[in-house]
Design a protein around this ligand. Structure first.
Ligand code: M5T
Ligand code: MG
Length: 578
């Protein structure tokens, strides 16, 4: 709630105006029955036409004033609610940008999406409604009770008894509905999650003919949402009959005692009419209450969910040492007794990892699938913090460096290539915004992808993705390498990025990378890569089981010899077929 109010606070001017206008409308509504009583008692009963016309005119003018106030109120209410929602959305987005990988595993993507869109919308609607009618409803109830007492205290007594009971009942409902709405929102998350996973993996789903399974999964999630929604609304629906019952009963009581009062002189006809008028207005306001309960409880649930994102602890703290900012890495990387497991899991992924990668060397990391190669990479740009031990670059602990200057100097080509929808040029610029066309062409050439791009009809301006050219997996990989090279990184990390390349192209690529004189670490499954590397790290189940050059490891490591033999056998077989 705190975040909502502080966002709303920036539009307090609009809020105050809107509330003042609401009060105008409210005042008119409360005064009208009084005027009506006067028209009846002094005009109609005494057959005084002038009084009727005069007060009738006053009522007309007041109604117009209230109407005008209502329109201007809408304007300011919309202003405050739309802007607050806009700020909240931006704030959430900025916060999510600062998230560490660990934070992302705390909130599934779909849930973040629901929070930024649907939950913010709930808040927006609530603010608008609050400024428009919500405040008016409770004030109208309270004001009507007071005015009724002013008009005729005896007749109004019944209201003093019933209204507090109703309010207690409504507050109780509000609490219950709040809890239910929280569950509803998490079901919305679930539906979004299924949709998102489905759309991301639609090709796989078709390839594996999992359509009916997916449809069932969606049905299941949608049905859960429906059931929860219905339960919540059923609860809220009960308010209406209860309110009407109590209020109608009050009217009967007022009529009963009113008739006796008029006969004995304890009340006038005008007073009875006025009080009944107040009661009908109250009934209206109280039914609005049931809507308020719904909107408010839902908003409370949404506010909590928004608050959770704002309050998420971004565990990768930025060290305040900005003087290092300009420092250029030489590129020596040291892992010193590093232990690592993913946040929230128990299984350790890396153990006692110690090694040094010399500056400007090309190092290959070899290991079976699941050995922890990608995990090792992620510690270098500090996507995660270690669980023990340190990762140092040029002798300095990465957790002591400003994240920006650390990451700016690292070119990271992840295992799964991610290109953005847009032109090839835009995708390249992502690596380095200032790059000019020559630099881009050079990077593309070095990444061994220039010929392919040049042969496209629009060259660098071709769009990739949904409505553009579709690049093959290997082509995308090389585009990602070009993007990383364009950064002129001090450290280049290639996660299985040459897997789709034939031996000759791979050799040209590694040769071209040497020109950049950056420390290069490449994860690979292929011996053809390790053979050319200056140094090899052999990883097995999170532990370093060998390091050295190709010939060294052939001599010293059984595992390495084994891998070598297996791949050699394959390539000989291939050769035999040719
Ligand atoms: C090593 C686990 C994974 C495996 C171990 C990326 C990632 C991995 N893991 C997580 O729990 N969460 C994660 O986000 O860590 O995984 P790896 O480092 O990805 O292994 P690899 O790169 O050597 O394998 P591969 O298949 O890419 O060659 O137990 O469950
Ligand atoms: Mg991997």
């Amino acid at each position: 709630m705190r975040h909502i109010f502080s966002a709303l606070n920036r539009y307090r001017f609009a809020v105050i105006i809107a509330l003042l206008l609401t009060l105008t409308e409210l005042a008119v509504e409360l005064v009208q029955p009084l005027i009506m009583a006067r028209i009846i008692d002094q005009g109609v009963v005494q057959q005084d036409m002038e009084t009727v016309l005069f007060w009738g005119g006053v009522m007309l003018i007041l109604s117009f004033a209230a109407f005008g106030a209502g329109i201007v109120n809408s304007f300011y209410a919309a202003h405050a609610s739309q802007n607050t929602a806009y700020d909240l959305r931006n704030g959430l987005f900025a916060k999510v940008q600062s998230f560490s990988f660990a934070n992302f595993s705390q909130f599934p993507t779909s849930s973040l999406m629901t929070r930024i869109t649907n939950d913010v919308n709930q808040i927006q609607n609530t603010i608008f409604m609050s400024l428009r009618i919500m405040l008016r409803a409770p004030l109208l109830v309270a004001g009507s009770v007071i005015m009724a007492i002013v008009v005729n205290a005896q007749l109004a007594l019944i209201l003093v008894l019933t209204i507090p009971l109703l309010v207690v009942f409504l507050v109780y409902l509000m609490r219950k509905a709040g809890a239910l709405f929280k569950q509803v929102q998490s079901r919305v998350d679930r539906v979004n999650n299924v949709v998102q996973e489905n759309l991301t993996a639609i090709r796989m789903i078709k390839a594996f003919t999992r359509r009916s399974y997916e449809t069932e999964r969606f049905d299941g999630a949608a049905d859960e949402l429906r059931v929860k929604m219905m339960r919540t609304f059923r609860l809220i629906e009960t308010t209406m009959p209860v309110i009407l019952l109590v209020m109608n009963f009050s009217i009967i009581v007022v009529l009963w005692f009113g008739t006796t009062g008029v006969n004995t002189g304890g009340a006038t006809i005008g007073e009875v009419v006025a009080i009944i008028n107040y009661i009908t207005r109250m009934s209206g306001a109280l039914t609005v209450f049931s809507m308020i309960i719904m909107i408010f409880s839902r908003a409370r649930a949404s506010a909590e969910r928004i608050g959770e994102v704002f309050e998420a602890d971004v565990d990768l703290k930025e060290p305040g040492d900005p003087d290092d900012d300009a420092l250029l890495f030489n590129g020596e990387i040291v892992f010193d007794n590093v232990h690592f497991r993913y946040p929230g899991t128990r299984q350790s992924v890396l153990n006692r990892l110690s090694f040094t990668v010399q500056s400007r060397e090309q190092t290959a990391v070899l290991g079976a699938t699941g050995a922890g190669k990608t995990s090792l990479f992620q510690l270098i740009p500090r996507l995660y913090d270690t669980d023990g031990g340190t990762v140092r670059i040029d002798g300095k602990d990465v957790s002591r460096m400003p994240l920006k200057s650390l990451r700016r100097q690292i070119g990271y080509v992840p295992q799964e290539t991610m290109l953005f929808s847009g032109t090839i040029e835009e995708n390249l610029r992502w690596g380095n915004e200032e790059a000019d066309e020559n630099e881009m062409i050079q990077a593309l050439k070095d990444a061994q992808i220039y010929d392919t791009i040049a042969s496209l009809k629009h060259g660098l301006q071709s769009t990739v993705g949904q409505r553009g050219v579709n690049l093959s997996g290997g082509q995308k990989q090389r585009l990602a390498i070009a993007r990383a090279l364009l950064r002129r990184p001090s450290i280049l990390l290639l996660d299985d990025s040459t897997s789709a390349l034939d031996a000759k192209t791979e050799q040209s690529l590694l040769q071209a990378i040497r020109k950049y004189s950056c420390t290069t670490i490449m994860i690979t499954q292929k011996m053809s890569t390790t053979v050319r590397a200056d140094n090899i790290l052999l990883l097995d189940e999170g532990e370093l089981v060998g390091k050295g050059s190709h010939s060294q490891l052939l001599r010293e490591s059984d595992l390495y010899r084994e891998i070598y033999a297996s791949q050699h056998a394959v390539s000989e077989e291939e050769g035999a077929h040719e």
